[in-house]
Unconditional design. Structure first.
Lengths: 117, 113
């Protein structure tokens, strides 16, 4: 079974520039998540999609972050303009529908490491 | 809102030593509890989970965790660690049958051969 694919693996940009991360979840997984993991901290949920609808984006800094999941499969997370404090690993995860009894069982990608200079 | 605390940020053990990593959560309602592990250079993966029933749950690679409701705790244990257990361990929780996973800050375990 193919895992969650993310790209790019690494990105270095200067502050005020923009960046986009791409995620392809495991086939058949209805729920997709973007997490931000700052060095030394645990992952923090940014946004959760169920198919192509947003379930929770309460912790997404909407003035600079945006995310979409067109057609309920792939997803893109964009940051514009980037700030120094956005340096982190951006993790994408997917899971089966929660109502199938798989609550909390997330499959993670390897992450995209962003450095903002 | 719920939160998860992991009090040990770094743990260093010798092979064959016993392991216990602490995890406490704050939420008064129904919780589901998880331990995730991230081996060096790999992605986060599920180690074990508690939904209901027997509070002592067993996971992969000889790990187990015990849910103590009165202490809001879900500590991870292993009787005898191996060098290959070197990794970062994250405790996490979902609440009220939701699917939003909240993570603790993680514990970095180093096992010396």
């Amino acid at each position: 079974e193919a895992g969650v694919a993310q790209s790019p693996r690494y990105k270095i940009i200067e502050k005020r520039q923009s960046v986009a991360f791409w995620c392809n979840p495991i086939s058949g997984h209805a729920t997709l998540y973007w997490y931000q993991q700052i060095l030394g901290q645990g992952p923090k949920l940014l946004i959760q999609f169920q198919n192509n609808g947003v379930v929770d984006d309460s912790q997404l800094p909407k003035d600079r972050f945006s995310a979409e999941r067109l057609k309920g499969v792939d997803s893109t997370l964009k940051i514009q303009p980037a700030k120094l404090e956005d340096s982190a690993v951006y993790l994408c995860a997917s899971s089966l529908d929660a109502y199938r009894g798989r609550v909390g069982e997330l499959f993670f990608g390897e992450g995209s490491r962003l450095t903002v200079l | 809102a719920q939160s998860v605390s992991q009090h040990n940020h770094h743990v260093i053990l010798s092979e064959a030593a016993s392991l216990e990593l602490g995890c406490n959560y704050s939420y008064g309602g129904t919780v589901n509890l998880f331990w995730y592990v991230q081996y060096p250079g790999q992605h986060l993966q599920l180690l074990l989970k508690y939904f209901s029933g027997d509070p002592l749950v067993k996971g992969i690679k000889g790990f187990e965790a015990e849910f103590i409701k009165s202490k809001f705790s879900f500590n991870l244990r292993k009787p005898s660690v191996q060098w290959s257990d070197t990794a970062e361990y994250f405790c996490a929780v979902t609440v009220d049958a939701g699917n939003m996973l909240t993570f603790g800050g993680g514990t970095r375990l180093m096992v010396k051969p």
